[in-house]
Design a protein around this ligand. Sequence first.
Ligand code: CNA
Length: 233
Amino acid sequence: MEQVAKWLQQSKKTVVLTGAGMSTESGIPDFRSKSGWWRNIDPATVATVEALTNDYDLFHAFYSARFAALNGCEPHAGHSILADWEQRGLIARVATQNVDGLHKAAGSQNIDELHGSLHRVRCQQCGKQATTEQFLAKEPCPNCGGRLRPGIVLFGETLPQNAWNQALYTIETADVVLVIGTSLQVYPVNQLPKMTGGKLVYINQEAAGYEKEFDLVIQGSAKEILQQVNSYL
Ligand code: CNA
């Protein structure tokens, strides 16, 4: 933790890449931990264009459950520390796979939402924006009658170009990249850490096996580790 603090202080550009493990301590389950499975179904089979097209009932039930899981969830101290580090010039940007909006809620400003956001519901057919309430009520698109969906990137879809380009550029040119709370199973985001020439730090609950790919691996809770690093700054 002391080493990470030193690198943060020496670095001209530090980028943070987060995944679902950044939000579990706010009460939002991840996908790949044992407790993260939804009705024992692999999310990779539901969070798909195929499910949206062929089994809208299942797709809708899955995302309704994900909206319900967000109810009452607030950013935790780790999110606030990242927002504070941005204010203090210690980190440049946060690139995130999370769709929950908690980095923004904590006050981070330079955020690349690589997998979109649950909070931007739109019609799959005409693209027109709709409200979360309309989606949850399973209403058809008021404009064209098409299916409503959250503005997240489904398996099988391409990532938002601007967010991807921004994250790629900052990671390529960073001196330090902190990777926090991601299993690094989902392509193409799992390629981003390989793109930096800077120091690479991995902070994750299950971290075994990543020692060779990172300069430093810290196994444990994102919130507690960020708090400890912060105590050295
Ligand atoms: P994942 O594959 O579920 O991996 C999460 C990782 O975080 C696992 O390796 C866990 O060991 C680790 N972890 C869990 N809790 C903690 C903790 N408290 N501290 C540190 N590490 C922890 O999730 P990824 O983000 O790697 O996969 C990408 C998917 C998951 C994206 O498409 C996301 O949209 C999707 N997702 C997002 C959210 C969210 O927005 N909060 C929630 C669930 C899934």
